[in-house]
Write a protein that binds this ligand. Structure first.
Ligand code: MLT
Length: 248
């Protein structure tokens, strides 16, 4: 099981899933280049890292770990954008797919310009300002009120993410392709999972993704916003362990 985190986060967003899934599978939860403990390569911050490049990094990691059997790949949000490219480029390595709070459409021009603005300014702003900008959109309002520890944990991860990693990923996401036409070609069993109150990758949009993938199951996680894995970890654990049990 390969778990790919979102932006601007690291593998710790999957902490409770790692514990739950490790009872039944080998779990690999890397930090993408520029996040957590994974360094950038020279030029990444200036040129950006494409979703294709992150996907190739994952394939290389599987080679390094000598993983030969097909994997279940779960991608959360930006990790989902990477997962689509993994499907495109490394489908023979895939047993099943989990698309978690993610999107298939490319950005609007306004969103793209917003990403480029952040990538140009984040070195001056610092990662704390990114946490302020993104914070309120990540959670359901009930999570903000009742689970301040979860909100603080996410904020701490964003604050310690290096600005250069944020810049590189934003440039990559700004130029990512629309993958809507890929969806009907996905043949592996797929779970499409979304928080009921996600405003970044809304349920209606994720339902369209599920409808377009032939063997997809669609599951809404009640009460969660975008950060399903941390807001409602038990429900996500149950969905993932059940899905992995079915496809293993
Ligand atoms: C994420 O959670 O990975 C981001 O919100 C994705 C994005 O910025 O599109």
């Amino acid at each position: 099981m390969l778990l790919v985190h979102g932006f601007p986060l690291d593998h710790t967003m999957w902490a409770t899933q790692i514990t739950a899934l490790a009872r039944q599978s080998r779990v690999i939860a890397p930090d993408l280049r520029g996040f957590g403990q994974s360094p950038l390569a020279p030029g990444d911050a200036e040129c950006g890292i494409s979703m294709e490049a992150y996907a190739d990094d994952l394939a290389e990691l599987l080679d390094k770990l000598d993983v030969r059997e097909p994997i279940v790949l779960a991608g959360f949000s930006m990790g989902g954008y990477v997962a689509w490219q993994f499907v495109r480029r490394h489908v023979h390595r895939l047993r099943a797919l989990v698309a978690c709070d993610t999107r298939a459409a490319a950005d609007t021009e306004e969103a793209r310009l917003g990403r480029l603005k952040m990538s140009e300014n984040v070195a001056d702003w610092g990662s704390g300002r990114v946490a302020e900008i993104m914070g309120p959109r990540l959670f359901a309002s009930a999570t903000m009120e009742k689970k301040p520890d979860v909100v603080a944990a996410v904020r701490a991860v964003v604050e310690r993410t290096p600005p250069a990693g944020i810049a590189a990923a934003q440039r990559g996401m700004a130029s990512r392709p629309d993958v809507t036409s890929l969806l009907p070609t996905i043949k592996v069993p797929t779970l499409v999972l979304v928080g009921e109150l996600d405003v970044i990758s809304p349920p209606a949009e994720m339902k369209e993704i599920a409808d377009a993938i032939p063997a997809a199951e669609y599951l809404v996680i009640p009460r969660a916003g975008h950060m399903t894995t941390m807001e409602e970890p038990e429900a996500v654990n149950q969905a993932l362990t059940q899905f992995v049990g079915l496809v293993a």
